[in-house]
Design a protein around this ligand. Structure first.
Ligand SMILES: *Cc1c(COP(=O)(O)O)cnc(C)c1O
Length: 458
């Protein structure tokens, strides 16, 4: 197996993990209706459900909590955060929000009118849902290479600039209140976007006078990929790459639960003074006063420190190597993954891995269940359970292009030996994968069924 740089930290406080027996896990899972979202976290050994809000904070961040200024207005902690955001992001105005989706909700609520369209490489589910909730239409224009799981492309999150240009030509620009790009492209496998692509997309938006917002959740991981893979950036610092990325846009939304290295928080930034006035009014209504926006003063302090730590080159080298290590390990034991591994997660191609299970018996869910039963590891299905839908006109079920299971890696939480355990678990599953059977849905809600549906084993 390939080597990995040692963790660039040592462990000062530990949180015990509980190992369970397979028979216990069978009981937990049947009580949970075979839905991993319904399993108690303490019954999970290694939790790879998400990298969102699951980061371990540093000693500096924990110390910063004690400096939190809980004043309602104009708190010192706000200005600490503002200094960091002015430096890295450089937008003229910003407000904190309690999560990324709150920033999206405010932006879409203010700018999207029924019938409008918002282009993006791939909208994350909350981004798309907030645009739809305002009557708009989220449009995904990622490059076609992104749909081929075996294809290795250095910037598989890029937007198709020609498709974007064509889309704008065909749509009245009055019905495109803003355009986006998501770095890295979460819905597309955590794949990075090149600076060249961000520049080209910014140029198209600018030429058509369409304000450009970056979904910046994993901007630091994206900047690292640019430094490693794009010509002309190998000598540049992560911060200067991030500054260049943001200088191309008019604003951003961000979930600080990713590259903010905190457990809660979000941001909404803009250069537009008029829009900012409206954002502040909406924020006061829904989140809080503009200098705290739904967060405690201590949260603002932890975020101010976390943003700085997340652009540290040594941290990022370890972080991205960890993801590559898990991807390489899984591939080496015969598990097909989306290539190349992205920034925050490894995606298993469950459709290719379990060809004996038809799509309407949910191979991704079957694999996620088996991974938990075998190793107590929690992954998330991102396939037919999450994304299939019945076409209203034909009554035919439309399956998503890929049937995936995602192993997301929380930041600074698990060590290399935890990842070795994950690889070992999958190796054991490979040995008897032909015996695995599918599942059927027993009960499901109307919307977002993957969170609460109940299943039975076939
Ligand atoms: C997590 C995420 C969001 C939403 O952020 P929350 O903090 O979960 O509300 C938006 N976009 C992307 C790309 C994300 O990964």
């Amino acid at each position: 197996m390939p080597s990995m740089p040692p963790e660039p930290f040592r462990i000062k406080m530990v949180e015990p993990l509980k190992k369970t027996m397979r028979a216990e896990r069978e009981k937990f899972l049947s009580q949970a209706g075979y839905n991993l979202f319904q399993v108690r976290a303490e019954d999970v050994y290694i939790d790879l459900l998400t990298d969102s809000g699951t980061s371990a904070m540093s000693n500096h961040q924990w110390a910063a909590l004690m400096h939190g200024d809980e004043s309602y207005a104009g708190a010192r902690s706000f200005y600490h955060l503002k200094n960091v955001i002015d430096d890295i992001f450089g937008f003229r105005h910003f407000v904190p929000t309690h999560q990324g989706r709150a920033a999206e909700n405010i932006l879409a609520g203010l700018l999207v009118k029924p019938g409008d369209s918002i282009p993006n490489n791939s909208h994350f589910d909350t981004t798309g849902a907030n645009i739809r909730a305002a009557g708009g239409n989220p449009v995904d224009l990622v490059i076609s290479e992104a749909h081929d799981p075996e294809l290795r492309h250095p910037f598989k999150g890029n937007m198709d600039v020609q498709k974007l240009e064509q889309f704008i030509q065909e749509t009245d620009v009055d019905h495109i209140p803003f355009g986006m790009i998501t770095v890295t492209n979460n819905a597309g496998g955590g794949q990075p976007v090149s600076m060249e692509n961000i520049k080209a997309v910014a140029e198209v938006y600018r030429r058509h006078s369409i304000p450009f917002f970056i979904d910046a959740c994993r901007y630091a991981e994206n900047a690292y990929f640019i430094q490693q893979r794009e010509d002309g950036y190998s000598d540049r610092s992560i911060k200067s790459i991030a500054q260049e990325m943001f200088s191309l846009a008019d604003g951003c939304t961000m979930s600080a639960k990713k590259d903010g290295l905190v457990n809660i928080g979000g941001l909404l930034c803009t250069n537009d003074a008029v829009l900012f006035e409206r954002i502040k009014q909406a924020l006061i209504l829904r989140e809080g006063f503009p200098t705290y926006g739904g967060l405690a003063g201590r949260d603002l302090e932890a975020l101010a420190v976390g943003l700085g730590e997340a652009i540290d080159a040594e941290y990022l080298a370890y972080r991205i190597a960890q993801t590559a290590y898990l991807g390489d390990g899984l591939r080496s034991v015969g598990v097909p993954i989306v290539e190349p591994p992205g920034g925050h997660a490894v995606y298993i191609d469950a459709g290719a891995f379990l060809p004996q299970i038809p799509l309407d018996e949910f191979p991704g869910q079957a694999l996620a269940i088996e991974i938990y039963l075998q190793g107590g590891i929690r992954a998330v299905e991102l396939g037919s359970v999450a994304f299939a839908y019945v076409d209203a006109h034909t009554g035919v079920t439309i399956h998503p292009p890929l049937e995936l299971v995602r192993l997301a890696i929380p930041r600074r939480v698990y060590t290399q030996s935890h990842l070795d355990f994950v690889i070992e678990t999958l190796k054991e599953i490979v040995a008897r994968k032909d015996l695995l059977r599918g599942v059927r849905i027993v009960e499901q809600p109307e919307l977002l069924r993957h969170f609460t549906a109940e299943f039975a084993l076939i």
